[in-house]
Design a binder for this molecule. Structure first.
Ligand code: SF4
Length: 487
């Protein structure tokens, strides 16, 4: 559906459209141009210190709304509130016209927990912060409660301390590409890129070990992700993990995302285990072979079961499993079956993702078999219920654009099995030194909220060629000030 947008603040056009897309996920913008299936007009006026915002929509979702807000003295804060005002106005029109109350209301940000933390910092109680969230964004109580539970769990866990650092190694290869994938991942193909990649990566790992020592940093959590780290052969995996040992030895938490069950074998699991890994991910996504085939994951449910049993046999005591709610062709009964199967295995943590299709070509391909928003909401609810039954608590939550049903991704874990790395990443509260193609190193100033990033190039060939430059970028990031101030 195309939406003609006429706004007096073109700089906030995307915010208006964000509100529309809560209701019509595939809505496209026609900027200041007639011919859309619906037309949105946004105008404003000021009276004294009050900004009055009007939104009128004509066409299939007709209606209008007006909101008045005080103009704030702080320009940055006012800009934020201004955007919220016009977005809420467009949201109100769409809500009335569709008679649909979205689970998260008008909230579209990636990290909704941040809103609760901002209120807690102001001295509000969590209950008050919850109320504010529901009032400001029309968020449903079910989601506000979920968010409060996430914050409560996080409050029991240690933050990254001054001088601590998390570490990430990315292996951007997969044996085949899942149809919905939006990650940086190249197919292994004939495997000829793997050795040069590992060689470049080892160089970056050695340089990072030097940086950690030079700046007297204390490694806290390590995460190896991708792609699929186990798409490397056992000897190459061993080479990389051995190179990283001086870092790993100092970490209190080590996770390797094995990911795709079809890449897991006993040799690789032993290499990962012997490197000191505490936590491993084996990701089924669904336990229906026909769905796996439909989404291009070239493994079977049986392979997932075998990989899981093998991981237990090798000695892993902390296994995470990822599921996706809303996969094409699935319904709540199928998701319930997947959950029942997962429950019987009893992993220590699970992540319930909601299908997110960033490539519109795929959306078109699957449109007729994608479960509707209500069905996906049921699946997500079942996931939460199953986690509760198993004694798991939600401990991180994030949202993305283009998620089915406009829902969320939630990490659940048994107490003591939460991943600190995941929290630091999702909340953007942790300093990270990241190695590998597409990996992003980060320094966070927790007081100002300012984040500086040093991204590595995403292209694998470029990364191999320019690894020295990636090392330099990290050195510059560390040299800037935050860490050196300690010495
Ligand atoms: S396993 Fe993950 S990273 Fe690899 S193709 Fe599938 S979704 Fe993408």
């Amino acid at each position: 559906m195309k939406v003609s947008v006429f706004t007096c603040t073109p700089q906030f056009e995307n915010d208006l459209m964000d509100a529309v897309r809560i209701f019509i996920g595939s809505a496209e913008t026609l900027s200041q141009e007639e011919g859309g299936d619906i037309t949105l007009h946004h105008t404003e006026e000021t009276q004294g210190n009050t900004r009055i915002c009007h939104v009128t929509i004509t066409g299939q979702y007709a209606g209008s709304a007006t909101r008045e807000e005080e103009i704030l003295a702080d320009p940055l804060l006012d800009k934020r509130m201004h955007k919220r005002q016009l977005k809420n106005c467009a949201y109100e029109v769409m809500k009335k016209a569709t008679a649909f109350h979205p689970p998260w209301g008008s909230l579209t940000g990636i990290r909704p927990t941040r809103l609760l933390y901002m209120d807690l910092q102001k001295g509000h109680t969590l209950e008050k912060a919850r109320e504010n969230l529901m009032r400001s964004f029309d968020t449903q109580s079910e989601k506000a409660d979920l968010l409060c539970d996430v914050v409560r769990t996080q409050q029991t866990l240690p933050d990254q301390k001054d001088g601590e650092i998390d570490l990430y190694i990315g292996i951007p290869f997969c044996v085949s590409r899942c149809a919905y994938c939006s990650f940086l991942s190249g197919e292994v193909g004939n495997g000829k890129m793997l050795s040069p990649y590992a060689e470049a990566l080892n160089k970056e790992i050695h340089a990072t070990i030097d940086m950690v020592a030079r700046y007297n940093l204390k490694p806290r959590a390590f995460y190896m992700g991708g792609g699929t780290p186990t798409s490397l052969s056992a000897p190459l995996l061993e080479e990389v993990l051995s190179a990283a040992q001086p870092l790993l030895r100092q970490c209190r938490e080590i996770t390797v995302e094995a990911g795709r069950p079809d890449t897991i074998d006993e040799d690789k699991l032993r290499v990962i285990f012997n490197a000191g890994t505490h936590r491993i991910s084996v990701n089924p996504q669904t336990m229906h072979d026909e769905t796996l085939e439909r989404i291009g994951r070239k493994h079977t449910c049986k392979q997932t079961e075998e990989a899981y049993a093998l991981a237990r046999k090798v000695g892993f005591k902390d296994i995470n499993m990822d599921l996706i709610a809303g996969l094409p062709g699935e319904n709540p009964d199928m998701f319930r079956q997947t959950l029942g199967w997962l429950s019987a295995l009893s992993p220590e943590s699970m992540t319930v993702h909601t299908l997110c299709i960033k490539r519109s070509s795929l959306l078109h391909l699957w449109e007729h078999v994608l479960p509707g928003g209500d069905m996906v909401a049921d699946m997500v609810r079942m996931g939460r219920e199953e986690a509760r039954k198993k004694g798991m608590q939600p401990y991180y939550l994030y949202r993305q654009k283009y998620m089915a049903g406009n829902l969320e991704n939630v990490g659940y874990a048994l107490p003591g099995c939460e991943s600190l790395y995941n929290i630091g990443m999702m909340e953007e509260t942790a300093n990270v030194l990241a190695m590998g193609a597409g990996a992003i190193s980060k320094r966070v100033n927790t007081e100002s909220g300012l984040i500086r990033r040093a991204p590595n190039v995403s292209n694998i060939e470029q990364y191999i060629e320019r690894v020295d430059e990636m090392i330099l970028r990290k050195q510059q990031l560390l040299a800037e000030n935050l860490f050196t101030e300690r010495n």
